[in-house]
Design a binder for this molecule. Sequence first.
Ligand SMILES: Nc1nc2c(ncn2[C@@H]2O[C@H](COP(=O)(O)OP(=O)(O)OP(=O)(O)O)[C@@H](O)[C@H]2O)c(=O)[nH]1
Ligand SMILES: [Mg+2]
Length: 301
Amino acid sequence: MNQLPFKSGFVAIVGRPNVGKSTLLNRVIGQKIAIMSDKAQTTRNKIQGVYTDRESQIIFIDTPGIHKPKHALGEFMVESAYSSLKEVEAVLFLVSANQEIGRGDRFIIERLKMLKTPVYLVINKIDLIHPEKLLEIIALYKQEMEFAEIIPISALQGNNVPELLDTLKQTLPQGPQYYPADQVSDHPEYFVVSELIREKVLHLTKEEIPHSVAVVVDQMQKNENGKVHVYATIIVERSSQKGIIIGKGGRLLKEVGTRARRDIESLLGDKVFLELWVKVQKDWRDKQTYLNDYGYKAKDY
Ligand SMILES: Nc1nc2c(ncn2[C@@H]2O[C@H](COP(=O)(O)OP(=O)(O)OP(=O)(O)O)[C@@H](O)[C@H]2O)c(=O)[nH]1
Ligand SMILES: [Mg+2]
C-alpha cells in the first residue's frame, strides 16, 4: 500500500482580543492548554498547541489579541502576536461573526497584506448569527483583502473545525514530525498551572482587576502522600485590588482556589493541595523587571 507523505508546519492564530483564538486552539488540540474568558486580552503569551495524527502534525500558535497597547505589558503582548507571523507556513486571521469589521481589524489586515504567507480568514462564532447573514459578512471581508480561503466556524461548538483542519493539511508542505505525538504544548506544566489560577481570577472579578493580575507558581512538588502541593502568588497593582481578590472573609480567594484546584487536578491527573498568596507590586505592568519576573520576557518572542 502506498503511504501518503507526512505533512507538517506551523500555523499562527491572530486577531483582535476576544474573538475566540484560544477557544479554537483548545478545540483542535482537544485539551485545555490556553485559558479562555469573556474579558478582552486574556492571553498574554504565545502558546503552541501541537496537533498530531497519522499523516500530519500541525503546530498552532495561539497569540495575544492585537490591540492598541497602553502599557509595557500590552506592548509585549502585541509584539509577541506579530512575531508569530514570521515563523509560520500559514496564518489564521480569526474574526468574530457577530462583530463588524472595525479599525482594529483593518489595522491587522494592513500587516497581513505585507506577508507572503497564505492568510486564511476564519469567521468564528457563527452560532451567534443567522446563516443568511454569513454571505454578507464574507462579501465584506473579501473587499478588504485576498484571503487564501474563507472558513466559517464555531470554535465553541466545533462546527466546521474538522474542515478547517483538512484544508490546512492539504496546503501544508511535506515535512517532519517536529514533536513527539504525545506532546501537546510548548509550555511547562507550571505555566499552565499559573494560567489556570489567573483564569479563575478573570472569571470571578470584573473591571480593572482582570488586567492587573499576574500569577506566579513559587513551588510545585509531589509529597509522600502522593498529593501535588502547589504554592502560588497572585500579584496585583494596588492594595485595594488585593482586598477585592481576597474578598469578604477570604471568600473570593477561596473560590479561586477551589475552582483552580479542580482544573489543576485534571491537568496533572493527581490530587492537588493549592495554597494561594496575594501580593501588591505597584504598577508592575509598566516595569520591565517585574514583567521579566512574571513571565513576560521580550527575549521569548
Ligand atoms: N458563541 C460563541 N462564543 C465563543 C466562540 N468561540 C469563543 N467564544 C467565546 O468568546 C470569548 C473569548 O474567547 P477566547 O478564546 O478567550 O478569545 P481570545 O481570542 O483567545 O481572546 P484574547 O486572548 O483576549 O485575545 C469566550 O467567552 C468564549 O467562550 C464561538 O464559536 N461561539
Ligand atoms: Mg486568548
